[in-house]
Design a binder for this molecule. Sequence first.
Ligand code: DX5
Ligand code: ZN
Length: 216
Amino acid sequence: MTKIIAPSLLAADFANLQRDCEMLNESKADWFHIDIMDGVFVPNISFGMPVLKAIAAHAKKPLDVHLMIVDPDRYIETFAALNAAVLTVHYEACTHLHRSLQKIKASGMKAGVALNPHTPVALLNDCIQDIDVVCLMSVNPGFGGQSFIEQTYAKVKALKKLIEESNADTKIEIDGGVTDQNAEALVDAGADILVAGSFVFKSENPIATIETLKQL
Ligand code: DX5
Ligand code: ZN
C-alpha cells in the first residue's frame, strides 16, 4: 500500500478555511485530518461540529476525524451524520473501548483508536482485529507544532508486529511532529498514514510540501 498523507486542518488558516480545503482538494493529500478537542481530555479547545460541517461542505476527500474528547460515545452518530469516514477515539478516554468500536462501525465509519505517547501498544492485544486504524500519537495531544517523540519508531515496530501476528488488517497512523526528516523512516518502520499539520500549512508552498511527503 502506498502511504496515505493526511494534512491536519488544525494548522490551517481558520479565516480562510474554504481556500485551505480547496488547496487540499487540488493537492496529492489523501485525507483531511480533523482534530476535535474539548479542553478536558486535552488542555486545549480546537473546534466542534459547526466548523466540521463547514469543512465537510468543501472537502472532496475522506474526513479522518480525531476525537480528543472524554466520553466520545455521546457523539458517534453526530460525526457519522457529518460525513466522517474514519472516527478515532482515544484509548485513554474510553472505558468500554470494544463497545465504542462496535458503535463506530455500526454507524458506517472506519474505527480508529489513538494512543497517547505513554500508552503501550500491548494494551490493544485483545482488540486489534476490531480496529481499522491505530493512531500513534508522536507528540502529547492538544497542540500542533510540537517536536516528534523518537520513541514512536519502537512503537510503530511493536504495533506492526502485533498486527501481523494477529492477521489483522489494521493501518498505522502517525500524528504529531511529522516532517520530511522522519516520514521515510516512519514508513520503513511500518506506518501507513502520516498526519502533518504545521509542516504542511506553515510551509511556503503547501501543495509542493504534500507532494514531497507523498513521494518520500
Ligand atoms: C495534536 C493533533 C495533531 C496536530 C499535528 O493533538 O492531534 O493532529 O494537528 O500537528 P503537527 O503536525 O503540527 O504536529
Ligand atoms: Zn490529530
